[in-house]
Design a protein around this ligand. Structure first.
Ligand code: ZN
Length: 379
């Protein structure tokens, strides 16, 4: 543990924006203390998060080895809907106290954004953190929303109100085998494509947690911090290069949003557009009867370009023009692409990965860590 503090002090020395914090218990034996937790976040990740949507997904995974420790990770999503780890912590165990401490560290060292949405899926300790406002982990308004799998299910239910779909989502959510999950997920796609897409976005995040740290779970803490440093540097370098290549090709939007835009554009052929007011830029869009789509078509929606709204709600929700908005733009010769939110732009993606990891100095020149006592594991 002592070397872990030394390494973290070395990291911070090379890149002052890097944050770490350790939690120890005073020990009865002089000159020693007991390990409870250690938290770390690299400077480029903290900077990048300013450009990302204010959504954090948190999860914990078992570590192998002598002590039954857990690795906590907070993940975020970039402009192209790809995730990367924002912060880490190794804790003695998962509890309300350690989850609260982890979230409070994120709040204190990483972001003070007010409308932060935290997605989590399972541990009761997390739920207590959010419910119990007497505890001082999260000063309100730390989070305005909290999504968990249960929330996802009820959200699917209220949005699409379909009993078969609801049952399938529960079945997928509680599946313990990947094969069963995939099979159920395919059925969901047959029942409702929009719901399938929505769930895909949410579940991708959770699947990635384990993928990111494959091979790191049996490492000692110092080696794990090093592993995350190398892994994230590679992510940043790789995605930075890819975004520069895309910019050079003249790409204006990230693939994720542009694919959705093009899928919406493919639906507009038979939309009928009526202008209500040129000054207010308000329109009515009628869609033809169509048995091939989820809602069977034959709908009427109101679009307002000034307020950037469509009564189907999809424009407001995804910040990407729905088919109704695109139909209006085509009919009245507006550039529909301008209504894709800047958060999906190739420039935003490039800006996200612009921060560079600083080279470490040689270990002989690292500063002394603040914690100089010998840190012993919890017996
Ligand atoms: Zn719409």
């Amino acid at each position: 543990m002592q070397s872990c503090h030394g390494f973290l002090a070395g990291l911070k020395d090379a890149s002052p924006g890097t944050k770490y914090k350790s939690l120890v218990d005073d020990h009865y034996e002089w000159g020693t203390c007991t390990f409870k937790a250690v938290f770390w976040a690299f400077h480029p990740c903290i900077v990048e998060f300013k450009n990302c949507r204010p959504v954090i997904s948190i999860d914990a995974t078992h570590l192998y080895g002598k002590y039954k420790r857990k690795l906590m990770i907070a993940m975020v999503t970039d402009a192209n809907n790809k995730i990367y780890p924002l912060t880490f912590a190794v804790v003695e165990s998962e509890s309300t106290e350690t989850w609260g401490w982890f979230l409070a560290c994120i709040r204190r060292y990483v972001t003070s954004r007010s409308k932060l949405c935290v997605i989590s899926d399972r541990h009761p300790g997390i739920q207590v953190v959010f419910k119990d406002t007497n505890r001082d982990f999260l000063q309100t308004p730390m989070t305005t929303h909290r999504y968990c799998l249960r929330y996802v299910c009820s959200n699917v239910n209220s949005r699409w109100n379909n009993e078969t779909l609801k049952n399938l989502v529960w079945r997928a959510a509680s599946a313990t085998q990947e094969r069963k999950f995939n099979a159920t997920f395919e059925l969901i796609e047959n029942v409702n494509r929009d719901a399938h897409k929505y769930l895909q976005d949410v579940t991708n995040i959770f699947e990635c947690f384990n993928g990111v740290l494959k091979g790191a779970r049996s490492l000692p803490i110092t080696a794990m911090v090093k592993y995350t440093w190398f892994k994230l540097d590679t992510y940043f370098d790789d995605r930075r290069n890819k975004s520069i290549a895309q910019l050079k090709l003249g790409k204006r939007w990230c693939k994720y949003a542009f694919d959705i835009f093009m899928r919406n554009k493919a639906k507009v052929e038979h939309h009928r557009v009526t202008r209500l007011s040129a000054q207010q830029q308000s329109y009515q869009v009628d869609t033809p009867h169509n048995l091939g789509t989820a809602g069977h078509g034959d709908h009427t929606h109101g679009v307002n370009l000034l307020q950037r709204t469509c009564t189907c709600q999809k424009w407001q929700l995804y910040k990407i023009p729905c088919s109704h908005v695109i139909a209006v733009c085509i009919r009245f010769r507006h550039d529909a692409e301008q209504y894709i939110d800047q958060c999906y732009s190739m420039n935003a993606l490039f800006r996200s990965y612009a921060p560079v990891f600083s080279a470490l100095k040689d270990r002989l020149s690292w500063p002394d860590p603040k914690e100089t006592r010998k840190v012993v594991p919890n017996p």
